[in-house]
Unconditional design. Structure first.
Length: 232
């Protein structure tokens, strides 16, 4: 039976590697969303080699009209896994005296409201007889237990994202939907930089394998890319 995964921010970084990882498995149909499909060169190249198992759709997660357009394109298509991956880190090194509140608000719009907008819009696509998984790529920098001295917007947005998604896990407790948050590792992407600890392929492989094993008992958990529990 074919299953469908929808991945946001699929044109580069961890999102692109997640697309590649899912395409390695014949049973998966992949919907990769990105802001500018016309510029998504590498993603578009994958369409040719995917035997019609990859569809690219436009999505800007801060724009309600774009989210609605995605929902309309999907109609009542069943989604088995939603991966809220798109995110920004726009206040590197910020500290008191240099707060840029516009950037802070933008971080919340993309990193917190974005995943919630997309998840809300696709709730009927995820609510079906089979188990559906709502996977959100958070960050260790959102963990309250981890000491932080800068990057206020990014850290606080990921902390808020964790709270929003764990609240959703509670609200959806009696449904077939599983809600899980991931720290993807420190990953060699545009965001993580070239000194990061793991490759996008390693991160994507870990997230894929761990997501495959998720059961209802895992709903509400904050996990590392390799399946270990991440402290809050
Ligand atoms: P990249 O910066 O490489 O890629 C970010 C992706 O998000 C791009 O596809 C980008 O699209 C997309 N995106 C950004 N803003 C929006 C928006 N408003 N609407 C739709 N798409 C958007 O980041 P990574 O691949 O490294 O990060 C992926 C996720 O992992 C993020 O949520 C990040 O916070 C998280 N993470 C990453 C870590 C790392 O070490 N790399 C560590 C911890 C967490 P576009 O190309 O159009 O900008």
């Amino acid at each position: 039976m074919t299953k469908t995964v929808l991945i946001t921010g699929a044109n580069r970084g961890i999102g692109l590697e997640l697309v590649k990882r899912y395409l390695q498995e014949d049973e998966w149909h992949v919907i990769g969303t990105c802001r500018h499909p016309e510029n998504a060169v590498e993603l578009k190249q994958l369409v040719d080699s995917s035997s019609n198992r990859l569809t690219i759709l436009p999505l800007e997660v801060t724009d309600s009209a774009s989210v609605l357009q995605l929902k309309n394109s999907l109609s009542d298509k069943m989604i088995d896994v939603l991966i809220n991956n798109a995110g920004i880190f726009n206040d590197r090194g910020s500290s008191i005296g240099s707060f840029e509140f516009d950037k802070w608000a933008e971080s919340f719009d993309v990193n917190v409201l974005g995943p919630m907008r997309v998840t809300e819009a696709l709730r009927d696509n995820l609510d079906h007889a089979n188990t559906a998984k709502i996977v959100t790529i958070s960050s260790q920098l959102g963990a309250l237990s981890r000491r932080a001295v800068s990057n206020y917007a990014y850290c606080s947005s990921k902390a808020a994202l964790n709270k929003a998604m764990s609240t959703l896990a509670n609200e959806l407790e009696d449904t077939n939907m599983i809600v899980a948050m991931f720290h993807p590792g420190w990953v060699q992407t545009d965001m993580g930089g070239s000194d990061a600890e793991i490759t996008p392929a390693q991160s994507a492989d870990g997230i894929f394998s761990t997501t495959e094993k998720l059961t209802k008992a895992d709903s509400g958990k904050f996990l590392k890319w390799n399946g270990e529990i991440h402290p809050w």
